[in-house]
Write a protein that binds this ligand. Sequence first.
Ligand code: ATP
Ligand code: MG
Length: 566
Amino acid sequence: MTTTETATPATPSNFIRSIIAEDSKTSKFGGQVVTRFPPEPNGYLHIGHAKSICLNFGLALENNGQCHLRFDDTNPTKEDVEYVDAIENDVRWLGFDWGTHLYFAADYFERFYDYAVQLINLGKAYVDDLTAEQIREYRGTLTEAGKDSPFRDRSVADNCDLFARMRAGEFPDGSKVLRAKIDMASPNINLRDPALYRIRRDHHHRTGDAWCIYPMYSYAHPLEDMIEGVTHSICTLEFEDQRPFYDWVLDTLQTPCHPQQIEFARLNLSFTMMSKRNLLTLVKDGHVAGWDDPRMPTIAGLRRRGYTPESIRAFCEVIGVSKAASMVDVAVLEHCIRDDLNPRAARVMAVLKPIKVIIDNYPEGQVEEIEAPFFPDEPARMGTKQVLFSKELYIERDDFMEDPPKKFFRLSPGKEVRLRWAYVIKCESVVKDASGEIVELHCTYDPDTKGGNPVDGRQVKGILHWVPVAQAKPIEVRLYDRLFTVENPAKAEDFRTVLNPDSLTVLQGFIEPSVADAAPGTFYQFERTGYFYSDPIDTKDGKLVFNRIVPLRDAWAKLVKSGQQN
Ligand code: ATP
Ligand code: MG
């Protein structure tokens, strides 16, 4: 052999993988890869965060590196221990491990302060007495340079003194700020003397009332990365214009470590809203049952609904990483969970909207046991179950039509259908109540069709799922639809006006007896109606509650197949 064979990479590349591969080659960071996932603990994580988690932890894993979990808790308000615990739990559940590298930005407050003093001593920071309003006026616009503050030329000694007194609590909230001294005429507005510290008497969840000045995010962030020895600081595109300031902080302080900031496009998902602030409103105003409501795009909500960590990781891999902002079709996420559950969810029969069928020619009191596989395509898997056939059955109300259109292959008067695993039945008559609503169907069965196939070879197209009335187990079924009626709810003036009033439907149905003692948190495919998950919390005390994760019809796979998407 003269050709060298290159191994196909297990995962497709993206521009960040390429940058890191190049840095490893040139030994830019001594060949090391240290990334971080830096959530602000002001809400639960959502599917957008999952993209960032998979990216950061994934890159570290692929490169024998390390990914830190860092709580970016420099902002004293709205942060909560409940969120810290939930975030740790979600990251772990997604399958990632930060080892000993758990950090809180608030633990660096003293160091941020020291670095600010250094900047003052370097003549690169000053205390400004302008009001917030004036600072805005002085900043200029995209087309107009800003103006220097009259306080810009304070002496180093004065600045040191004033900054120390800001910390000591001598000045009221908002009366002074510490600003970087860069360039009020910079074409990048972020470099027009950005604020480094503000005065704010707020209780902090970790430092209590120790501080009344708090660092700005854009100042603290590069220092946090640097302190932890991060090599690649990966963030979303809106921070691209902040990168010059990120670099300015570290260059000016001549820190020993200078991480490289790399921006990528955040995940936007159709019919989904991501901002934690808005998600909090949904929870607080009772539009959903909580952060883990199965309609929420939170990790907790997706988990409660029945999404698996594997499916979410697969989704994050499929959507890729790029610099181009785009909207991902929520059908892609649904495709990923189907793909994951297809080989592992046992097939069972459950009737969601029951209507009773009475088989007139079937012997009263007789119960037939029919053996059926849990995985029809692979009968050896998980073995078999007994399906119990008897005189009274439930079928799906929607599987019957009194006046069917031409291509209706389900049940209607005088027509035949196959009952899955059992017999061919024919509808003979319909019983209605006083209001005209159909209450039961009278049918006959063909004893020569055991297993569901007519021996004379006649064509019976429709196959229905069913359960026996006497032995079926009652279940509560929760069907979920999109939480919003529009593709991009974030664009709506008030997202509450585009909430889908039918996002939750609760039904009382029946499931085949083999599932009677399903444990909470078990996956099933209900034949013909979807993938379901026994609710991990409400399935208890003998009550079975099932969340529908997704229906079976895969709109995305269909599009891909027809070549409309790839
Ligand atoms: P939100 O707007 O939902 O509150 P955030 O960006 O304020 O999100 P952070 O807690 O600051 O939330 O985010 C932690 C990390 O997750 C950041 O690095 C951020 O870039 C990333 N992230 C947040 N939302 C998305 C998203 N939709 N797609 C990809 N990454 C995201
Ligand atoms: Mg934020």
